[in-house]
Design a protein around this ligand. Structure first.
Ligand code: GDP
Ligand code: MG
Length: 287
């Protein structure tokens, strides 16, 4: 562990995660599944609809979690789903503006007198949800991601993977990766691992990169599977388990976010996205 890393482990991490994409793709549900695990443990089962309201404006939720002894102060930014409106032109605008406002605030604080304890509300990662029902990306997805890719680390998500068979998941993933490439969308690039890492680590890293877009399943209900109570979705023909790596990439995504890549997502936000914003600001001031 490097010295800096040790220090941040002790202090705990601040991290802001945003979710975006079409309405009804399970964004709010996934966030609940990702981070509120403890809140609902052994509670009586409620329908998802009772707990989650439709998201109509950009909202922030703070969650404190502990991950292997490391404190995490998470802020979740939930954005209104688009796609319902007749006219979706520039539906990415409020989201882009929100990200810029956080940069602006940080820029102002950083230029101020008291620079010691700046509250960092910059958005470190945006999970962008892609519909499992389309043939790859929709024009709106392309427009949205391109409006955001210079501002934030985009991690693409294939939503509601339980509605697809495993070969369909593979096929859609491949198509989406091709289209991301073809349309010049700059998603978050997982860093190459150090050459001195062991083989296991390298294989894991490779598997992570090949999982893009992460196929996920979200659920707010606990079901009984193989004698254990797990988060899952109960169908007449069986159960899909959120945290079963054989069923979806949920665990991979969660591990990536809160353990293996959190610091890199923050570094890229600071070194690339925020620097871009800052350079533009300074340029416009001196013109
Ligand atoms: P949002 O509009 O993107 O925030 O979507 P919600 O989280 O509100 O979910 C919309 C609906 O989809 C709800 O009825 C959820 O129970 C359901 N849902 C959420 N995640 C999944 C999933 O992974 N698979 C399936 N089949 N349904 C899901
Ligand atoms: Mg929502």
């Amino acid at each position: 562990m490097t010295r800096i890393h040790r220090k941040s482990v002790k202090k705990g991490f601040d991290f802001t995660l945003m979710v975006a994409g079409e309405s009804g793709l399970g964004k709010s549900t996934l966030v609940n599944s990702l981070f509120l695990t403890d809140l609902y443990r052994d509670r009586k089962l409620l329908g998802a609809e009772e707990r989650i309201m439709q998201t109509v404006e950009i909202t922030k939720h703070a969650v404190d979690i502990e991950e292997k002894g490391v404190r995490l102060r998470l802020t979740i930014v939930d954005t209104p789903g688009f796609g319902d409106a007749v006219n979706n032109t520039e539906c990415w605008k409020p989201v882009a503006e929100y990200i810029d406002q956080q940069f602006e605030q940080y820029f102002r604080d950083e230029s101020g007198l008291n620079r010691k304890n700046i509250q960092d509300n910059r958005v470190h990662c945006c999970l962008y949800f892609i519909s499992p029902f389309g043939h790859g990306l929709r024009p709106l997805d392309v427009e949205f991601m391109k409006a955001l890719h210079q501002r934030v680390n985009i991690v693409p998500i294939l939503a509601k993977a339980d509605t697809l068979t495993p070969p369909e998941v593979d096929c859609k993933k491949r198509k989406i990766r091709e289209e991301i490439e073809r349309f010049g969308i700059k998603i978050y690039q997982f860093p190459d691992c150090d050459s001195d890492e062991d083989e296991d680590f390298k294989l894991q890293d490779q598997a992570l990169k090949e999982s893009i877009p992460f196929a996920v399943i979200g659920s707010n209900t606990v079901v009984e599977a193989r004698g254990r109570r797990v988060r899952g979705r109960l169908y007449p023909w069986g159960i899909v388990e959120v945290e079963n790596p054989g069923h979806c990439d949920f665990v991979k995504l969660r591990t990536m976010l809160v353990r293996t890549h959190m610091q890199d997502l923050k570094d890229v936000t600071r070194e690339t996205h925020y620097e871009n914003y800052r350079a533009q600001c300074i340029q416009s001031m001196t013109r």
